[in-house]
Design a protein around this ligand. Structure first.
Ligand SMILES: [Zn+2]
Ligand SMILES: [Zn+2]
Length: 216
């Protein structure tokens, strides 16, 4: 009797494949302080501090009274960022909290037609504060500042990322966007393509009050 046909030999089990990880490339760079994990943490009852531009002689200095709000990573093309950064880090304070204390003569508004008028050092280019001068705008009364220009520790850390898709406009490869968004989430900065829901609600409420939809 012919032997039953031999069962086809079970396929040799291949050694379990390691997940095809490419030699882990350097994590995508967002901002030197985010990349190095040196953002710091908000101190309770933080009194504020002094922000200084990058000039080695006669730097512009401003003081900010108190803690900032809504600190975030910003991917727009207009905010100042340090060399090598994909995102700026920018926070909000009341304009009355900001005082120019040294070499204010070097400050120049870089685009007077922009909603946020960025007062920059005309020598080194660092933006010292961005001011909303349009009294009808929802952000009137607020200044935008970069607390990384201060030596004091205790400023509020960024809590979200705004205008993320806009980094494409400053030269980021669109193919890198999923990796950028994933990394932002990983470091605790939920990515938005405009502003955070809190700030968008704030602007929409202002618009609704102006048009009379909301009274008050
Ligand atoms: Zn300067
Ligand atoms: Zn920006």
């Amino acid at each position: 009797m012919a032997k039953a046909a031999k069962k086809p030999a079970a396929k040799k089990k291949a050694a379990p494949k390691k997940p095809a990880k490419k030699k882990s490339a350097k994590p995508i760079s967002l901002h030197p302080l985010i990349d190095s994990g040196k953002l710091g943490k908000a101190k309770p009852k933080f009194a504020g501090g002094t922000l200084t531009c990058k000039c080695t002689t006669d730097p512009v200095s401003i003081t900010i009274k108190g803690q900032t709000a809504h600190n975030h990573a910003c991917g727009c093309s207009k905010c100042w960022k340090p060399a090598g950064a994909t995102f700026a880090i920018v926070a909000v304070t009341g304009r009355d909290n900001v005082s120019v204390v040294a070499n204010g003569h070097k400050l120049k508004v870089i685009d007077a037609s922009a909603t946020i008028q960025r007062n920059a050092c005309s020598a080194c280019g660092t933006h010292m504060f961005g001011r909303v001068e349009n009294t009808k705008h929802g952000f009137y009364g607020l200044d935008f500042v970069h607390t990384e220009l201060s030596k004091e520790k205790g400023w509020a850390e960024p809590t979200f990322a705004a205008f993320v898709s806009s980094v494409i406009e400053t030269g980021t490869d669109p193919a890198k966007m999923p990796a950028i968004r994933a990394r932002l989430k990983k470091v605790g900065l939920p990515p938005y393509d405009v502003l955070s829901p809190a700030l968008m609600d704030y602007l929409a409420t202002h618009a609704a009050k102006q048009s009379g939809v909301i009274k008050g």
